[in-house]
Each structure stands twice: as C-alpha cells, then as structure tokens.
Ligand binder design. Structure first.
Ligand code: JFZ
Length: 416
C-alpha cells in the first residue's frame, strides 16, 4: 500500500476527535504544566499517586464523538510528561500503578471501535520522565536548568529502545490501529535521531495499513520523501491558507489539529471556547482545501469531557446530521472561491456553504448553463436557478449562473 491507498478512508472521513488526557488534568493548567512551571518528577508525583478518574467512561466519549459526526479519534497514550495511560511492560509510570488501576487505552480502543469509529494513538517521542531522555536535546525540558540533572549520564540509545518498544506494545496489544500520531521533533532532534527508518519499518510490519503523521521529521513535501516523512501533514492551530501541496504541486493529505479553547489538556480556568459556528466553519474551511479537522477535547481529572465542549459538539452534530454530505467524501472544488462563502465538492455535486447571502440571488462564477438543479442541503427543498433582469449587461458575469435563495432557511441563518 502506498500513501494514497492508505489515506483513502481518512480523506473521506474528514473529521476526528483529538483527546489530550493524563496526569496534567489534575493541576488543570494545561498539558505543559511540568515544563512551564519547571516541576521535577517529585513535584509531579502527587498527581501520579492521586490519579483516579472515577467517571472515565470512554463509551460516553465515543458516543459524543459519533453524535458530533466525527469518524475517528486520537488519544494521548503518553504525552511529554512520560505518563502512560496503557499497561506498558517497559515502565512503572503507567495508569495501572495509579489508583485508576486499569489499562485506560484498552477501554478506549474497545469503546470507540464499538461505536464504529476509527482509532488512533498519539505518542510523544519527547519524554520528560525517562532517565535517558536528554534534556540537552529539548529546550523545554523541565529539568534543563537543574545542575544535578545535567550531570547525569545519559545513554540516548536506552531511551530509543524504550520508545521503540512502547510503540511495538501499542501496535501489538490492541488489535488494528488506524492512526499513529507522533509528537514531535525539534529542528535538530529529528528523523534518524529517533532511528526513524527502523521505527517505521517495524510499524509497517505490525500494522501495514496504519497511517502516520509527519512529526518524526523528514520532508513530506519532497517528491521522494523519507520513509518516515509521514502519510499526512499536521499543521497546528491553523488551517493552511492554500492547503498543502508537495514540490510538484500535488495534493498532500493533511489534518489541522485545533483546540476548542486555548489548551490541549484540561485547564479549569480557560473558558475561551470557540463558538459552534466557528468550529463548523473551520471544518468547512479544511474540506474546502482538501484537509481534515482533528478537534481537541481535554477531559478532566475525573475523566469527563468539559460540559462546554460537549455542548459545542452537540451543535456541530446537529449541523452534521443535515449537512454532513457536504463534508464526508468531499474535496476542494476547482472553481474559484466564491465571494459569499466556500465550496466543497463530491464528483459532480457542488456544495455551496453560504456565509453571506447578501441580497438577491447568489452568484456562481463559471457555471452558466451547468447547474442541472439546486437544492437546499439541510432540508432537500428546491432552489431556483435564475438569471436576474438584464444580467447580460453585467460584463464580468457573463459565464456565471445565479441561484435564488429567497425564502430558503439557511441553518440557523449561519451556514448552508
Ligand atoms: C504539540 C504538543 O507540545 C502539545 O502539547 C500538543 O500535544 C500538540 C498537539 O502538539 O505541540 C506542538 C507540536 C508541533 C508544533 C507546535 C506545537 N509545530 O510544529 O509548530
């Protein structure tokens, strides 16, 4: 299988749930708390001893994702703090040794599979816990300025054995896994520094169909990319304005990852949530540029997705139930971006996402005589192709067509 075959389902599905969850949910100041506040392992230890997510019910997470129209999920099996939600034989720093006492990844995989969703693993190649992970290679290591730590004898190969071993565990012990989402490489700590070719060969042997992000390093945009350069490009907190193409101008699969508020991990004070409308428009924006959206939630220390996030997902789901056809299996359109919104397309079906209906009929450049019929996607009701009075005199619109939206109820008066 090549990248194009592997990513087919992914590009059809378009919309996934990202989940950042770990010990950092307890301090509730985001997943970077250890680095930002320069906490030692000991400072962080109380969260390990305390971690007991009594409300952890991944079936609920999976139902929320499915109801929102999301088709796959990616969960942090280990974040930069090194804590593992899975029962790794290679470390004691794992959920089974906390009061939670269970393999939380196993339950996640089962629950999401049961809802018919595809399952992904986020795995941090950065590790602030492992004794052989070098602070000198990581400008944000919490212990970087600590003299004792610097003097430690680091054998990076031991860390690499551990990291490769954990990836092997993750891809061996939980059945078929759809996405491996590595995070991340600094400019000078990249590619073969992770023994990336060897790592990818191992992964492809265990899970031949799995798709992998581009954060191990390499140049995914090259016409001859390294084996570890990834199946899809992962821009963060941005929708790339022109999509992503390789050196030859060919489309590269990509997936924007975006938070609902301003943190990935749970943050009790961060209430800066995006509106459902912004989220829907971001999803449309991605698809209109051939991309996916991986939308993040950060469950709290009890294991609950914040109410605010659930409410946004519900509204998005309402929209998706009526308009999902304009997302799944859709791509960019070759038509120029319309002034009133965005296009997505599936074969000969063009979806017009109308953000600004203005007054009068809306204009479709280049489509004169080409629109067979027009329908309002939300309810299937008929719309009329209409040529306005004296339109032939508007010199710049000769090749275009008009559709009359009069009387059409755009969903919540916000989107098509
Ligand atoms: C990383 C993590 O540090 C963060 O906590 C979160 O998990 C996010 C999804 O990924 O953050 C990054 C990684 C890469 C870039 C920026 C932030 N980047 O390439 O610009």
């Amino acid at each position: 299988m090549n990248r194009i075959e592997r990513t087919k389902w992914f590009l059809d599905d378009r919309f996934g749930m990202f989940i950042h969850w770990g010990l950092y949910a307890i301090p509730a100041r985001g997943e970077w708390v250890r680095s930002r506040e320069k906490m030692s392992v000991e400072d962080y230890e109380e969260f390990f001893e305390e971690f007991n997510p009594t409300n952890y019910n991944p079936k609920e997470w999976a139902r929320a994702a499915k109801a929102a129209g999301q088709k796959y999920a990616v969960l942090t099996t280990k974040h930069h703090d090194g804590f593992c939600l899975f029962d790794s034989k290679l470390t004691d720093y794992k959920a089974t040794n906390t009061p939670a006492k269970r393999d939380l990844i196993k339950e996640y995989v089962e629950a999401f599979r049961e809802e018919g969703l595809k399952v992904g693993f986020y795995y941090s190649i950065i590790d602030w816990y492992h004794e052989h992970y070098p602070a000198f290679g990581d400008r944000n290591h919490p212990m970087r300025d600590n003299e004792d730590f610097k003097d430690k004898n680091i054998d990076f190969d031991q860390y690499l054995e551990y990291m490769h071993g954990q990836v092997r565990e993750l891809l061996t012990n939980y059945g078929k896994i759809d996405i491996m989402w590595f995070d991340f490489s600094y400019d000078d700590m990249t590619g073969e520094k992770w023994r990336a070719t060897e790592l990818i060969n191992m992964i492809r042997e265990i899970q031949p169909d799995i798709i992998i992000d581009n954060r191990l390093g390499g140049n995914i945009k090259s016409s001859n990319p390294e084996i570890y350069a990834g199946d899809f490009y992962s821009p963060e907190q941005i929708v790339p304005p022109g999509g992503i193409v390789d050196e030859n101008g060919e489309q590269i699969p990509w997936e924007a990852c975006i938070t609902l508020n301003d943190n990935w991990g749970y943050h009790s004070k961060d209430k800066n949530y995006k509106s459902p409308k912004q989220v829907i428009r971001t999803l449309v924006e991605c698809v209109s540029k051939n991309g996916n959206l991986l939308l993040n939630v950060g469950p709290d220390a009890k294991g609950l997705i914040p109410d605010e996030s659930i409410e946004i997902l519900e509204v998005v789901g309402k929209w998706m139930r009526r308009n999902g056809e304009s997302i799944y299996g859709c791509t960019a359109s070759s038509l120029p971006k319309p002034e009133w919104g965005r296009y997505t397309q599936n074969g000969n079906k063009l979806y017009a996402h109308v953000y600004d209906r203005g007054i009068g009929p809306i204009y479709f450049a280049g489509l004169k005589g080409k629109i067979k019929k027009a329908r309002l996607l939300a309810d299937g009701s008929e719309l009329h192709v209409q040529t306005p009075w004296m339109a032939e005199q508007y010199s710049d619109i000769e090749s275009g067509a008009f559709i009359n939206l009069a009387g059409a109820q755009l969903p919540d008066e916000m989107d098509t």
